[in-house]
Design a protein around this ligand. Sequence first.
Ligand SMILES: [Fe+2]
Length: 179
Amino acid sequence: MAELRLQDGSRLTDPTDIAARLTPLGVTLRHWPLPEAARARALLAAQVLADPEKEELLGFVDHRFRALAAESGYQARDLIVLHEDLPGLSEALAKFADVHYHDDDEVRYVLAGAGYFGFVGADGEQMLLKVVAGDYINVPARAEHWFVLGDAPRIKAVRYFTDKAGWVPVYTHTAVLLA
Ligand SMILES: [Fe+2]
């Protein structure tokens, strides 16, 4: 389950406490069960997935995409698979490690591994949310945030898009205070 670290060093693990901090930011966090089929588990456990395997894994969770498409007009989804041996990983991650926002929502469903979303509140206070397998997150358009991986840099996550053009980072030059 997700964990939220605050600037005073405290750590929140209760979903209700975390929601109380994220809701004012417009951030939605849900926990969705992972697919349990043996084939899905094997794909989730693999370090690297070929494109057909990514599509196969997406197929196990596409009922989520269909629901999001019906509710909120999502048009596309893909699967990102990041791991320590991926060429260009550092360069790819560097784009999102500085504080930025997007003109569209940033919507992710973490299927394996973990990552950290940082947020900047209206009062400037920062917080760092660890998202893990099963966490669905919607970071709203224009919300200041950043994203990093942990010491074990592995994550598989579905990205949902209404329009890929809206998902370009706009940097705000706010200094990251939590790492
Ligand atoms: Fe982002």
